[in-house]
Design a binder for this molecule. Sequence first.
Ligand code: ADP
Ligand code: MG
Length: 453
Amino acid sequence: MTGEEWGQLKQQLLRTVGASNFKNWIEPLELSGASDGVVTFLVPTSFFGNYVSQKYGDQILYHVNTMAPEIRRIHFNVGGDGARRSQAAPRQSADNEKAPAPERDGQMPAAPLDPRFTFENFVVGKPNELAHAAARRVAEGGAVTFNPLFLYGGVGLGKTHLMHAIAWELQTQRPELNVVYLSAEQFMYRFVQALRDRKMMDFKEMFRSVDVLMVDDVQFIAGKESTQEEFFHTFNALVDQNKQIIISGDRAPGEIEHLEERIKSRLQCGLVVDLHPTDYELRLGILQSKMDYYAGQYPGLKMSDGVLEFLAHRISRNVRVLEGALTRLFAFASLVGHEITLELTQDCLADVLRASERHVTVEEIQRQVSDHYNIRLSDMIGPKRVRIFARPRQVAMYLCKQMTSRSLPEIGRRFGGRDHTTVMHGVRRIEELRQTDGQIAEDLELLRRTLEG
Ligand code: ADP
Ligand code: MG
C-alpha cells in the first residue's frame, strides 16, 4: 500500500469515524510500510496504538482491504509523532504469529482510555480533593509511596475519570512505563481466557511485567474465587517489585462483601481515599466547565441566568446524571430553537428532577441532628427528658415530618417507640419556636441544607 492510497483511505475513514475521532485517532497514524500481509503504522505511544487497535482496528482493516486485499493484519509501532524513539520497542514478536486480524501485537490487554477523562477536565472541589491529590501524586510516576492507591465512592463520582487521567498523564510524562488500565471484569475475562487456552504462563508473565497496574471496579471479582486468587498473586508480585497499583471500588475495601480477607487487608495497606457525593459548589463548577463545550456544539443557543444554579441545586449527586441532563437540555433546546430558560429546563428534565429528589431517611436526620447538637444518638432516641436532649429530639422529629414521607406513628416508633401524639407535640413546638427563636430557625436551615446535600 502506498502513501497515496493511505491518503484516500483516510478520507473514507473520516466519513465513518467522524471529524473529531478522525483528528484524534486516525490523522496521527503514520504509514510505515506494508509487507507480507501486514501493514504497519507508527503511533506516538503504545496506549495510542492500543486504543486505535481496539476501537478502529476493524474499520481500518476493512478500508485497507478495499485497496489492498492481501493485507491481513495491522501493526502499530511506537515511533510516530512525538514518541521517544529510545523507548522500549513494543513487544512485537508477532511477526511469526498467525493471529487473526486485527493483530494486537502481544501488547498488554489494556482497555481503551476515554480521551475526555483527563486531569484537565476534572473539576476539583471539597468532596474529591483528596482523591484528586492522591491521583496526581501517583500520576507523577515517581517513587512509590503508597501501594496500592485505593479509590472508592458511589456511582458516577469520578473514579474511572481519575484513573484514566492518571494513565494519560503517565503516558505523556513517562512513556517508558508500561501502564495498564483495565476493569476487574476484564481482568477476570482475560484470566478465564488464559485458563481456557492454556496460556496461564503468558498471562502471569504479562501482568507481572507491568509498571503501573490499574484495576477499576474491583468489587466485581467479589465472590469469584479463582479470579480473586489470581488477582491476589498478581497484586503481591507487583507490590514485591515495588510497582504502583491503583484500584477502585464502589465502597471501602473492608466493606466489600465476599472478598477474601487477605485481599481486603492487602487493599487497605496503601492509601485508601473516598470520593464523597458532590456538593452544590462542585456540581456548579462541573456544569460551568462543560459550558465551553456546549457553546461550541450549539453556537447561538442562549441560556438564561440561573439555569445552571438550578440544575446544580436540584440534580442528583451523581455527576453522570448531571452531565446527561445538560446534554439532553441542549439537544432539546436546539430542536425547539428556543433559549434555555428555567421553564424549559423544568419541562425537559421533569423526570430527572423527580428522580433525584433527595430521599432523606429518619436515621440520617437523627444522626445529623445529634451531631449538630453534640449529643449521643442514643440520648436522642432514649427516654431522657431533659431539655438538652428533648429539644434536639423535637428538632429531629420536625425534620422527619418535613423531609420524609413517614407518618407520625412511624416516626414515633423510630424515636424509641414514642407515641404519635408526642411526635405531634414536638413538631408543633418546633414550628412555634421557628417563628420566635432565631437560633432554632438558623439550626433548622443549616440542618436542612446539610441533609439535602
Ligand atoms: P465512576 O467511575 O466513579 O462511576 P466516572 O469516572 O465514570 O464515575 O464519572 C462519571 C462521569 O462524570 C464522567 O463523564 C466523568 O467525566 C464525570 N465526572 C465525574 N467527576 C467529575 C469531575 N470532578 N469533574 C468533571 N467531570 C467529572
Ligand atoms: Mg467507573
